[in-house]
Design a protein around this ligand. Structure first.
Ligand SMILES: [Zn+2]
Length: 555
């Protein structure tokens, strides 16, 4: 497409005209102007809100988001015209005359101007070249309730230097975009602008738009093709013909890695996926895995949302998402059996080595972020393994489409009647749809958090499983606290880390960690005035772990 901005501008105009024609019954209008200051490293925001019929209106931002503990603290010089303002934490309440237009301006300044540190990917940062932010981390939107509408005629205009481009989740690429949209979706969106490359492709009547900073070993076209294949595979699996226009962004974080190493993170947002990846990265199975996982949250997490507090059912929302993400990559032919086995095996091995293997849902709720690498990984691992186990058991118990029978039914209920996922609800529906055996399994693994046994024939006929003696993964120090304090904390006596020469308190200058016991970790430290790089295999003791490989076909 030569100029993707044009039809979008027409849409903005059409929306505004529609609002005008409909008079007072129209949705309220929200106009955002975002102006990144690339030289000084912050973003200026202006909001004009034409209210209807009320004398009191509220704007809010998330209190915290991902690793950001205090989102309101990132918003500087918040000022209002058009009413009297009272602030209550993350909420600004404006008293105004009936039908007033309120103007709010502020600056977004997280105190950083680059994405050099993986701890800060959630932050809304303006670098000299681009601005990248998720709405939850910087965007004030109308608060729910208080007689305020559920959705707004929203227009977003970017003020950018010549040659710069912009994209957002709900408007695609363009310097001026518009939509009728809910405030929660505005917040749950990605915003990227500056010196970026964009590419848009049709997918039937819908589109996939890619926007990225050009620092990778792949092109926007290649990223779009990867995304489109996986979207096609998942929509076919879910039988979903209504999948929306979709946006994928990618920005470089941290230092360029050695060939063969990879480091990435990603967040699924409203009709979009934000990818963070090391400069020079290639599109490999790790990117496909991550994208597939985040995309599947469209059904498991949004269409079928969790009841709060959602971490109590993260084993379902995160773990079953991982199960389906991997399985669909394999069943659609994007992955061969060997790649599928590799990832399943890796997760089985990490689960066996996880010291938090018996963490209950209540412990996950409490410590998900505090112990992200142990307790925080359990819901992913537990749900994936239960997916493998239950799909087999359900079919063995006379349900031909196995676990899908339960999962797809729950998604359909989420879509039709706004059903929310709870543990009690999943247990009840499982007994109903899969059989009485489900109750005991659920109580043993989901409630009592016992070690999950994955049957060797779980993935027949494509893959066969057997117990293999393997070294467990053991990093040998506390990764979360070490990353936070930039020094080595919690070194385990006798571990491979200690034998390789690491010492408690070593200043961390950089590291390349994997969770694979067969891949060396590399850590650069400073002790006194001496800097050195230490390498070792992150291995603990041997144990029997279920592993899969492509099945040999009977002759
Ligand atoms: Zn997830």
């Amino acid at each position: 497409m030569s100029d993707p901005a044009k039809p979008i501008r027409r849409l903005v105009l059409a929306l505004l005209l529609a609002a005008f024609a409909a008079g007072s019954s129209a949705a309220e209008q929200l106009r955002y102007v975002l102006t990144p200051d690339f030289e000084r490293g912050f973003l200026r925001v202006r909001i004009d809100w034409k209210t209807e019929g009320r004398t009191r209106s509220g704007l809010r931002v998330a209190e915290s988001w991902g690793r950001i503990k205090d989102v309101p603290a990132l918003l500087k010089h918040v000022a209002f015209v058009g009413g009297k303002v009272r602030r209550d934490g993350a909420l600004w309440v404006i008293s105004h005359r009936r039908g007033a237009t309120i103007t709010c301006t502020y600056e977004v300044d997280p105190g950083r101007t680059d994405f050099s540190d993986w701890q800060y990917t959630h932050h809304p940062i303006t670098t000299p070249k681009f601005f990248h932010g998720m709405g939850n981390a910087f965007l004030l939107v109308p608060a729910p309730g208080g007689g305020q509408p559920d959705q707004y005629e929203t227009v977003l205009r970017w003020q950018l230097p010549a040659g710069a481009k912009a994209v957002c989740s709900w408007g695609g690429a363009g310097r001026a975009v518009g939509a009728l949209i809910k405030p929660t979706d505005l917040r749950h969106s990605i915003y990227l602008a500056g010196r970026i490359k964009t590419h848009r492709a049709q997918r039937g009547k819908k589109s996939v738009t890619v926007a990225m900073v050009d620092r990778f070993e792949f092109t926007p076209e290649q990223l779009e093709q990867m995304a489109t294949r996986i979207i096609d595979a998942q929509t076919a699996f879910m039988g979903d013909a209504d999948f929306p226009d979709f946006v994928v962004t990618a920005i470089p974080v941290g230092k360029k890695l050695k060939p063969g190493d990879s480091r990435l993170a990603g967040t699924g947002l409203y009709h979009s996926f934000a990818l963070f990846v090391a400069p020079g990265a290639v599109l490999n199975a790790a990117v496909e895995h991550l994208f597939s996982h985040e995309l599947f949250h469209y059904w498991n997490g949004r269409m079928l949302a969790a009841k709060q507090p959602e971490r109590l059912v993260f084993w379902f929302v995160e773990g079953l998402t991982d199960y389906y993400a991997l399985r669909i990559l394999h069943e659609s032919g994007i992955w061969n059996a060997r790649t599928y086995a590799h990832w399943i095996n890796r997760h089985l091995r990490e689960y066996a080595a996880n010291p938090a293997i018996h963490a209950t849902n209540e412990q996950i709720e409490k410590d998900y972020w505090n112990a992200r690498d142990t307790v925080g990984e359990i819901p992913y691992q537990r749900g994936l393994l239960l997916g493998l186990r239950w799909h087999r058991l359900a079919r063995d118990n006379g349900v031909p489409d196995g676990l899908d029978h339960l999962f797809k039914r729950l998604v359909a209920r989420g879509r039709a009647s706004a059903l929310r996922v709870t543990n009690a609800g999943v247990r009840r529906a499982g007994v109903d749809l899969l059989g009485p055996w489900f109750a005991a399994d659920f109580d043993r693994y989901v409630v009592a958090a016992q070690t999950i046994d994955v049957p060797a024939d779980a993935l027949r006929p494509a893959l066969a499983g057997e117990y293999v003696e393997l070294a467990a993964f053991k990093l040998g120090f506390d990764r979360t606290r070490s990353a936070r304090d930039k020094k080595l904390i919690g070194l385990v006596p006798g571990s491979a880390a200690q034998r390789a020469g690491l010492r408690e308190g070593d200043a961390l200058l950089g590291w390349n960690l994997s969770k694979d016991p067969d891949q060396k970790v590399r850590i650069k430290v400073r002790r006194g005035s001496v800097e050195k790089t230490i390498e070792y295999y992150p291995r603990g003791e041997n144990r029997a772990i279920m592993q899969f490989k492509p099945a040999e076909r009977p002759r």
